[in-house]
Design a protein around this ligand. Structure first.
Ligand SMILES: [Zn+2]
Ligand SMILES: [Zn+2]
Ligand SMILES: [Zn+2]
Length: 748
């Protein structure tokens, strides 16, 4: 007779793919199986995680349900498969040693988890004098600690991390092996008895506690180089103008805003306006730098972020930060440990040389950093938008709505990231940065090599930008030639739009809006205000700004009077324009010397910022646009200038005339800036209506502007459009590689 279903013994094999290693998944599975008295095993594989469980069918059902509802918070499941296999009468449940990949597992690449900010339990331990980890800077558990920055190979097990140099002491081993412990199978588990240690250089003779010395140095205006999770940070008291200024001079970073580490949320509230959403971002596992609106009265030195509307703030995310802030509970500038244009330093010896002229004191440790990872930057706009994607987010894959052949995308020249894509996923590297210096280009090559090695990835196609002068374009061509691979090129703004569409999982037809600084167009001119009617990888350019001249080419990116001259030349005519343009620039315009025409929205912002008196220069990329946005302040108005739309061109002539009239009659800057921003959104709405498309996708560096993003969303949605902005990757060139990978990798 057949036994009733409920009492039948069954065995299941469950395969999970995604970010499942290094988040405490195996211990969680173990605990659940033991609790439900199931036998079997769990192990990491190259593809993810594999489980076999055996027991009564109703218990197995419970196991599956609870596995779905109570998985570790940092885990991301990309795919799940369950098979029934023959029962084996197994006894007990165990965590097996990881298995090397089988060919079937190569169908999906495994995901490595990003670094996770110190959890509340570990934070409490390092600050508790009664705890054995009191004051220990490398404390972590299955819920927190370094991951991506210590992984040397997969599967994610201690011998495959930079912790392999530190054998577990008996106490740590006991924690690691006992399933009721928070550190059960925590791969980087460690303590002062067996793990890495921290020291100062130069050593002060007869000195006190290390953190007391660091606190004293900061108090005395010294610059401290701290070896952190993903590289060195430079610290200085954020309230000390002279010290901040010295840091700027030594780092050769003239005006770019600096990020500030603050001891607690309550301290952040003292200095900045913080919404509930921004609080969530600050306290999230990624613990990024969040761009906040600073309060008017503040003792933060103006030198920290003088030319910016925002202050970048973060909370302590490592035990070292918590211990430092416990000894020095004040705002401290924490910026990447590098010189301008160079990548962040990660190695003790390298940092001692490169930062020798910058830092007065070094806080060093002996846990190697497997790969450089800057702090990420996020801004809350119409949702959280990542502006720099690195520590805490990289290398989580983006699930895309297409099947891709193995594709390597090399990104753009500025804010570079690279990406590898395969199946329905794209892994975007951490932020590498601008590729002007040889050090940065070396880092670019190292990152490609690293990602390919880590994921055992071999591209079948390489894709770059169309721009012949971008360093990655030349690299891609050399590499493709050397390995006999096809090399494709994707137009800059098409890649932007494809990136945002993939970011939001969109297929079908949509209107792609790419408003940007500059990108090489298919007609050889510089584009930057593109509207595309997009259908499954086909792009029809249906509108853009009327082009204007940029006298001096590259120089016009820094000197805002040049794009302004380009506008005036056409609006006022050459005779009238000469009165407000420098003679040599007028000559360039007259004879067309080094004055390329461009439809760049970024340069239109620069020109307008100049003409209304908001800014004269871009001392860093996007500075003038940021000041123009800042100028609006709390003003709310529906008033707008007009961009006339005809034959696919947005004409800014009447906009510039109206603005000059406003300026001459003393209309204030806030109103001028709001009318300009509103005109752009009205134009977007006009093009969207004419396009007859229902979905609107916003990408490109100009959409780092919160006023523009919020207003675009509000007006477009009110008119019945569905609006998509970036979520997982940046709207700026840091997200370009995702779009390139999708367009070149897509299997039709
Ligand atoms: Zn922890
Ligand atoms: Zn130990
Ligand atoms: Zn761009």
């Amino acid at each position: 007779m057949k036994a009733p279903q409920t009492t039948q013994t069954e065995r299941l094999r469950i395969a999970l793919r995604g970010a499942v290693q290094g988040v405490g998944f195996r211990p969680a599975v173990y605990r659940l199986a033991v609790e439900l008295r199931l036998s079997g095993w769990v192990r990491n594989t190259r593809g993810g995680l594999e489980i076999e469980v055996e027991g009564q069918s109703d218990q197995l059902l419970q196991f599956q349900n609870r596995l779905r509802t109570s998985r570790p918070p940092a885990a991301v499941i990309a795919a799940e498969e369950t098979f029934r296999v023959a029962p084996r009468d197994s006894l007990g449940f165990e965590i097996l040693l990881s298995q090397a990949g089988t060919s079937a597992e190569k169908l999906t690449l495994p995901a490595i988890v990003p670094d996770i900010a110190t959890c509340a339990d570990c934070q409490a331990e390092v600050l508790d004098p009664q705890n054995r980890r009191f004051g220990y800077s490398f404390t972590n558990c299955t819920q927190c600690g370094p991951r991506y920055t210590i992984v040397l190979d997969i599967p994610y097990d201690r011998p495959n991390t930079t912790m392999r140099e530190f054998p577990l002491c008996p106490l740590c081993r006991r924690e690691y092996e006992s399933f009721e412990d928070r550190r059960f199978h925590a791969q980087p588990n460690t303590c002062a008895g067996c793990g890495p240690n921290l020291w100062l250089s130069p050593v002060e003779p007869g000195s006190a506690d290390l953190f007391l010395q660091v606190a004293a140095a900061l108090k005395n205006g010294k610059i401290v180089a701290l070896k952190g999770i993903g590289g060195f940070q430079l610290l200085v008291d954020a309230r000390d103008s002279i010290a901040v200024d010295r840091l700027r001079v030594r780092k050769q970073r003239d005006h770019k805003p600096l990020a500030v580490l603050m001891p607690s949320l309550s301290c952040i509230h003292e200095y900045c306006e913080v919404s509930a959403e921004e609080e969530d971002l600050l306290t999230s596992a990624a613990a990024p730098i969040v761009l906040l609106t600073p309060k008017a009265s503040s003792d933060i030195a103006p030198e920290v972020a003088q030319q910016s509307s925002c202050l970048g703030v973060m909370l302590p995310y490592s035990p070292v930060h918590h211990l430092l802030m416990a000894h020095y509970p004040y705002p401290v500038v924490a910026t990447s440990g590098n010189l301008a244009g160079e990548p962040i330093a990660t190695d003790n010896d390298e940092a001692s040389v490169r930062l020798e002229q910058v830092a007065d004191l070094f806080v060093l440790h002996n846990r190697p950093i497997a790969r450089a990872c800057d702090d990420s930057v996020v801004r809350w706009m119409d949702g959280a938008q990542i502006l720099r994607r690195a520590r805490g987010y990289a290398p989580l894959p983006v699930k895309v709505p297409y099947r891709l052949r193995p594709v390597l995308a090399v990104g753009g020249h500025l804010k570079n990231t690279i990406a590898i894509g395969f199946g329905q996923q794209v892994w975007l590297s951490q932020h590498i940065g601008d590729l002007d210096s040889p050090e940065a280009r070396e880092q670019f090559e190292r990152t490609i090599e690293d990602l390919c090695k880590l994921y055992r990835f071999q591209p079948e196609v390489i894709v770059s930008d169309l721009h012949p002068d971008y360093a990655p374009t030349a690299w891609a061509q050399r590499y493709a030639k050397a390995f006999g691979l096809p090399c494709e090129q994707v137009q800059h703004h098409q890649a932007h739009v494809a990136s945002c569409a993939a970011d939001n999982g969109i297929t079908g037809s949509y209107l792609g809006v790419a408003w940007d600084g500059a990108g090489f167009g298919t007609d050889g001119t510089i584009w930057g205000s593109e509207f595309f009617a997009c259908t499954e990888g086909r792009y029809e350019r249906i509108a853009s700004l009327r082009p204007f001249a940029l006298p001096g080419g590259q120089t016009a990116m820094r000197d805002c009077s040049r794009p302004a001259a380009g506008l005036l030349w056409k609006v006022l005519g050459s005779v009238a324009a000469r009165r407000s343009i420098q003679p040599q620039i007028a000559a360039m315009l007259k004879y067309g010397i080094n004055s390329p025409e461009s439809s760049s929205m970024g340069r239109l912002f620069d020109a307008v910022a100049y003409l209304c008196g908001a800014s004269e220069h871009n001392l860093y990329e996007g500075q003038s646009a940021m000041l123009l946005e800042k100028a609006i302040g709390p003003l709310q108005t529906e008033q707008a200038y007009e961009i006339e739309h005809a034959q696919g061109r947005g004409n800014w002539c009447s906009l510039v005339e109206a603005m000059l009239a406003d300026r001459s009659t003393g209309v204030d800057l806030a109103m001028i800036s709001a009318r300009f921003h509103n005109a752009l959104v009205d134009w977007m709405l006009e093009v969207a209506r004419r396009s007859k498309l229902k979905k609107v996708v916003l990408s490109g560096g100009v959409f780092q502007n919160a006023y523009l993003v919020r207003r675009s969303r509000r007006l477009l949605e009110a008119a019945g459009f569905e609006v998509f902005s970036h979520r997982q990757v940046p709207a700026n060139d840091g997200g370009l590689a995702l779009g390139q990978a999708v367009l070149a990798g897509m299997i039709h």
